[in-house]
Design a protein around this ligand. Structure first.
Ligand code: CMP
Length: 139
């Protein structure tokens, strides 16, 4: 079925001017960028977005990293978009990511791993709504 997923191009990738190369990977895989904006996350926005990881040892560093530079927040649409995007991104830790994936090609570390993507339909809905209103999404 046609689905929507939420994506973030992270500060390590915007810093290295990789937005276009990462978007090309999405488009080549059949995902359509139906909403997109470049923003600088506040600390509160980052902490709210990653609230599910609050008790993890990496939470503070993660929020510092995510507020260290611009990010590009996106809605991607396509057939099985959630799973498809997770394939294109590759494993969270670039050391474990398959050849040709975004994280294998571009990520610097498990923290600076270039992209975020929703892991399930319910989180996709929540994450999209965290950053976008309905009229900003043009399918
Ligand atoms: P993301 O998909 O954005 O979700 C949580 C993020 O935490 C993850 O990608 C990584 O960038 C970051 N992170 C940092 N350290 C770890 C870790 N040890 N395990 C999982 N995620 C980590």
């Amino acid at each position: 079925a046609t689905e929507r997923t939420f994506s973030i191009i992270k500060p390590d990738a915007t810093r290295r001017n990789l937005t276009g190369k990462i978007n090309a990977k999405f488009e080549e895989a059949g995902l359509r960028i139906v909403a997109q904006k470049r923003i600088r996350l506040s600390r509160a926005q980052a902490e709210g977005f990653y609230a599910v990881h609050k008790s993890r040892p990496f939470f503070n560093d993660l929020c510092s990293f995510m507020t260290s530079g611009p990010v590009v927040v996106q809605v991607l649409e396509g057939e099985n978009a959630i799973a498809r995007n997770r394939e294109i991104m590759g494993a969270t830790n670039p050391a474990n990511a398959a050849p040709g994936t975004i994280r294998k090609e571009f990520a610097e570390s498990i923290e600076a791993n270039s992209v975020h993507g929703s892991d399930a339909p319910e989180t996709a809905r929540e994450e999209i709504a965290y950053f976008f209103s309905g009229i900003e999404i043009v399918g």
